[in-house]
Design a binder for this molecule. Structure first.
Ligand SMILES: Nc1ncnc2c1ncn2[C@@H]1O[C@H](COP(=O)(O)OP(=O)(O)OP(=O)(O)O)[C@@H](O)[C@H]1O
Length: 320
């Protein structure tokens, strides 16, 4: 769907993209990076709206440097910032955008009604956009990106400014764009957790460079770390501590489950094969504790950032 080869974009004071080479296939792909990482710049280059300084890129097999107009016919774009006219209704605006994309009047009206229904804006479609909530405005922006039935959509920070419920609704909607209509999605966010849940594939950029590109399942692959949680008992009012001490006594290295939900009651230890499970089970039973859970931990995407930060700090340390 998208391929870039050593793509760079330099502004006078900053390099927004730095020799980025990445291949993105069909499905829902998350483009994640902190503010200023170069996400919006990449989208503008892929749409043929902004020229690259170096390198090349293709979208749907079309060269972005020469085929921008054709790319924009086949790709929908939801920009990050508010860009909606306040005085017109969602219907008027989306019909206008459909006409701009080349749909005849009747088809534009029909597609607009269908798309607004799909994004959950049907009831309010004749009210002026100026009176809409942030969530409703985001849906109008999404509808105009979808109205001409594109093969691919670029969604730039679609959950920006939404409350947690609004975020979840938007993420579910994004997933359905692919499952219900077969449209592939490139969605940007600076929030890792939401991409972990929504995307098939995640591309991580940092300072305009590619940090990692892999399937979400690869990101969240299981580790050799076991998370163990036990109950307290009358004999052991702090069951977690009792277990930690007992495992220590058997030569195991045990850490507190710091960043995990319910932290404090969770112990982390490295599994040395199947025997570790049996050992933990036996120690828990000997102490008379209840075993709430014992599971292999999964990686979180945020760890990719943490380890790259650590690498940077380490590199800086070596220089100084
Ligand atoms: N037109 C421009 N002129 C000069 N610098 C720019 C321009 N557009 C972007 N930049 C700079 O390029 C870098 C990358 O910006 P970009 O908007 O692509 O980041 P982003 O990852 O989309 O972050 P955000 O979500 O905050 O928009 C930033 O340092 C930004 O200040």
């Amino acid at each position: 769907m998208i391929a870039t080869e050593s793509l760079s974009k330099r502004f006078p004071r900053v390099t927004a993209l730095d020799r980025l080479s990445v291949d993105i296939g069909a499905g829902v792909t998350g483009l994640v990076g902190a503010n200023g990482a170069g996400k919006s710049t990449l989208i503008k280059i892929l749409l043929g709206l902004s020229p690259a300084s170096e390198g090349r890129a293709e979208v749907l097999g079309l060269d972005v440097a020469t085929r921008g107009a054709t790319i924009r016919e086949r790709v929908g774009y939801m920009p990050e910032h508010d860009c909606l006219p306040p005085d017109v209704s969602a219907t008027e605006f989306v019909v206008h955008m459909a006409r701009m994309s080349g749909l005849p009047p009747a088809a534009a009206r029909e597609r607009t009604a269908d798309t607004l229904r799909h994004v959950g804006l049907y009831e309010e479609r004749y009210r002026p956009i100026g009176g809409y909530s942030t969530g409703m405005k985001q849906r109008v922006k999404l509808a105009q990106a979808l109205v001409h039935d594109p093969q691919l959509v670029f969604l730039d920070e679609p959950t920006n400014g939404l409350d947690p419920v609004g975020r979840d609704d938007m993420l579910a909607l994004i997933r359905r764009i692919h499952t219900d209509f077969g449209i592939s999605v490139l969605v940007t966010s600076h929030l890792l957790g939401e991409l972990e849940r929504t995307c098939d594939h995640v591309v991580v950029v940092d300072g305009g460079k590619l940090l990692r590109s892999s399937s979400t399942t690869d990101f969240t692959q299981t580790t050799t770390t076991l998370a163990v949680e036990v109950t307290d008992t009358d004999d052991h009012p702090d069951g977690t501590r009792a277990l930690r001490e007992a495992l220590h006594a058997r030569g195991m290295t045990v850490e507190d489950g710091g960043g995990l939900p319910g932290a404090g009651h969770i112990l982390l230890l490295t599994a040395q094969g199947e025997d570790t499970y049996d050992l933990v089970r036996d120690v828990v039973a000997d102490l008379g504790l209840g075993l709430v859970r014992m599971e292999q931990r999964r990686h979180h995407i945020s760890e990719v950032f943490r380890s790259s930060d650590e690498e940077r700090k380490e590199a800086a340390g070596h220089v100084s």
